[in-house]
Structures are given as structure tokens and as C-alpha cells.
Write a protein that binds this ligand. Structure first.
Ligand code: B12
Length: 242
């Protein structure tokens, strides 16, 4: 249930019943502090988000709880407002900056495993696509899960994935796409691995909001991950299958 007054106002922008149920559910498990983090993320208060996330971690909230019930829950409302033309690119960038301010406190915790890497993963957002929040979350969780990860950033060309696999002798490639127009570049990259005679050497996983298991199968990917936790699980499954 939403108790935070400002957040209640923000939730009014969520008018689709399915989204009300889904996003309302994200807030249901969060208390007032988590809702305060979400509200400050939506309104782009990056300093405040950083302070509140640090406070929550100091108060022994787990990094995963702060991520799910605070930051990701807030970003879900930003997504709805952006789609429905209530806010535009500059506001979304300001919220993305606030997300980053919060993630700066979370990353060291999720990445602190200290054990010998269980595998090497190359991660990148596909060509033409500049969205990196979800990819970065996956990278944090993969590192926390014991993988060594090389981040190719955004707008990654097929050849850059191939070069990175060769350079780091990686067994797994993870591609992220957030736009329906850039999703096909996952298939183009898989084809490039085939053309280079390297498809047998790597396992390829894909993800991003518009990507589905069906799409992943169509493109010839080895796995699809719905979220950052699933990404780690799929990477572990793929490592075991090698
Ligand atoms: C933030 C954002 C932006 C920011 C990006 C900032 C950044 N540094 O990333 C900015 C403002 C730059 C932006 C720009 C644009 N955006 Co935008 N953006 C969003 C927004 C609001 C949130 C995305 C996000 O970060 N979600 C939160 C993260 C945590 O979720 P996620 O990315 O899905 O990742 C999770 C999973 O998918 C999974 N995952 C992700 N990657 C991977 C990879 C692997 C291997 C695995 C296993 C799992 C996995 O795990 C993650 C963690 O749980 C979405 C709306 C939405 N709700 O998705 C629109 C959205 C993606 N954008 C959209 C659009 C249209 C654009 C623009 C074209 C707008 C414009 N007119 O300029 C540009 C395109 C720029 C480009 N070339 O890429 C549309 C896409 C529509 C479509 N059907 O293609 C969306 C859906 C908004 C909408 N509803 O209309 N955007």
C-alpha cells in the first residue's frame, strides 16, 4: 500500500489496471523509507536519493530490497510517465541520474564477492541503443554472483562483442536492448558470431524490457533473462552447460 503522500500523487499517473496492479505490487512490499526513495527518484532529487539509500543500508536494509522496493519501483512510474508524454527525455535523464546516485552505494555491496571468478561475461547494450540502467544492474548482480564482467557500454557493434570475447577469452555474452527498433541487432550480433565461426565457443543471453523468451528463441540466443537476478541464474546455467 502506498503511504507516502507525494508518491500517492505520482501513482495517479498509472491508469492502466494491469500496471496499477503490477506497480502497486512493487510498492506493497516497501515501507515509508523505500517509498521516500522512489518518490525522490521520480522527482529527480539525486542528492536526496543518495542520502536515503545510504541511510537505508546503514539501517540494515539489504541492497536487493533497496534496489527493488525503492529504485526500480520508482523507475517503473518514470517509465509510465515518459510513455504517456507526461514527462520527456530531460526529466527521464534526471531520474536516471538519481538512480545512478543510489546505485553508487549499492554497487560495492552487490559486487563484493571476493571469490575466484566462476566465469567471464561480456555485457553490452546493442548497436543503436543508449539505455544502460538495466544492463548496469545485471553487471552489478553478475559481479556479486562471482562472475568477472567486461562492460562494453552502450551502442555496441557486433564486432566489438566478437573482439571482446577473443580478448578476454569469455564464454558468455550478454546483450541488452530496450527499443523494439534495436532488438533485431541482437540477431545481427548472433549472426556475426556465426560468420566469424565462433558461435560454438560462446553462450549468448539476451534481455531488456521488450525482449521475450520467444524473441530470444527466434534470434537463436541460448538464454533469456527477465531481470538481473534471472540474468545471474542464466549465466550460471550457461556456465554449467559449457
Ligand atoms: C530511462 C529511459 C531512457 C533514458 C536512458 C538513460 C540510461 N542511461 O539508460 C533516455 C532518456 C536516454 C532514453 C532515451 C530514449 N528512450 Co527510453 N526509456 C527509459 C525508461 C523510462 C526506463 C528504462 C529503464 O532504465 N528501466 C529500468 C531497468 C532496471 O529495466 P530494464 O532496462 O528493463 O532492465 C531489466 C531487465 O530488462 C533485465 N535486463 C536488461 N538488460 C539485460 C540483459 C541481459 C543479458 C539479461 C539477461 C537481462 C537484462 O534486467 C534488468 C534489471 O532487472 C523506459 C521505460 C521503461 N519502463 O522501460 C524508456 C523506453 C525504453 N524508452 C523509449 C524510447 C522511445 C526512447 C527514445 C527513442 C526517446 C526519444 N524520442 O528520444 C530514446 C532512445 C535513445 C537510444 N537511442 O537508445 C521507449 C521504447 C519504446 C519501444 N517500443 O521501443 C520506452 C519503453 C518508453 C516508452 N514507454 O515509450 N530512455
Amino acid at each position: 500500500m502506498i503511504k507516502h503522500e507525494g508518491l500517492k500523487e505520482e501513482f495517479k499517473y498509472v491508469t492502466n489496471p494491469d500496471e496499477q496492479e503490477h506497480i502497486g505490487g512493487l510498492f506493497a512490499s516497501g515501507d515509508m523509507l523505500m517509498q521516500e526513495i522512489a518518490y525522490n527518484l521520480i522527482t529527480g532529487q539525486n542528492d536526496q536519493v543518495g542520502i536515503l539509500v545510504k541511510q537505508a543500508l546503514d539501517e540494515d536494509y539489504t541492497a536487493n530490497i533497496v534496489l527493488d522496493d525503492g529504485l526500480i519501483a520508482g523507475m517503473a512510474i518514470v517509465g509510465v510517465k515518459f510513455r504517456d508524454n507526461i514527462i520527456f527525455v530531460p526529466e527521464v535523464l534526471i531520474s536516471a541520474r538519481a538512480m545512478k546516485a543510489g546505485m553508487e552505494h549499492i554497487e560495492p555491496i552487490l559486487s563484493a564477492s571476493g571469490v575466484k571468478p566462476i566465469g567471464t561475461v561480456i555485457m553490452g547494450t546493442v548497436k543503436g541503443d543508449l539505455h544502460d540502467i538495466g544492463k548496469n544492474l545485471c553487471i552489478m548482480m553478475l559481479r556479486g554472483g562471482g562472475f568477472s564482467v567486461h562492460d562494453l557500454g552502450v551502442d555496441t557493434k557486433p564486432d566489438d562483442f566478437i573482439d571482446a570475447v577473443m580478448e578476454h577469452d569469455a564464454a558468455i555474452v550478454g546483450m541488452s536492448a530496450l527499443l523494439t527498433t534495436t532488438m533485431p541487432n541482437m540477431g545481427t550480433t548472433i549472426e556475426a558470431f556465426e560468420d566469424a565461426g565462433m558461435r560454438e565457443e560462446v553462450k549468448i543471453m539476451v534481455g531488456g524490457a521488450p525482449v521475450t523468451q520467444e524473441f530470444a528463441d527466434e534470434m537463436g540466443a541460448d538464454a533469456y533473462g527477465a531481470n538481473a537476478v534471472d540474468c545471474v541464474q542464466k549465466a550460471k546455467d550457461l556456465s554449467a552447460a559449457k
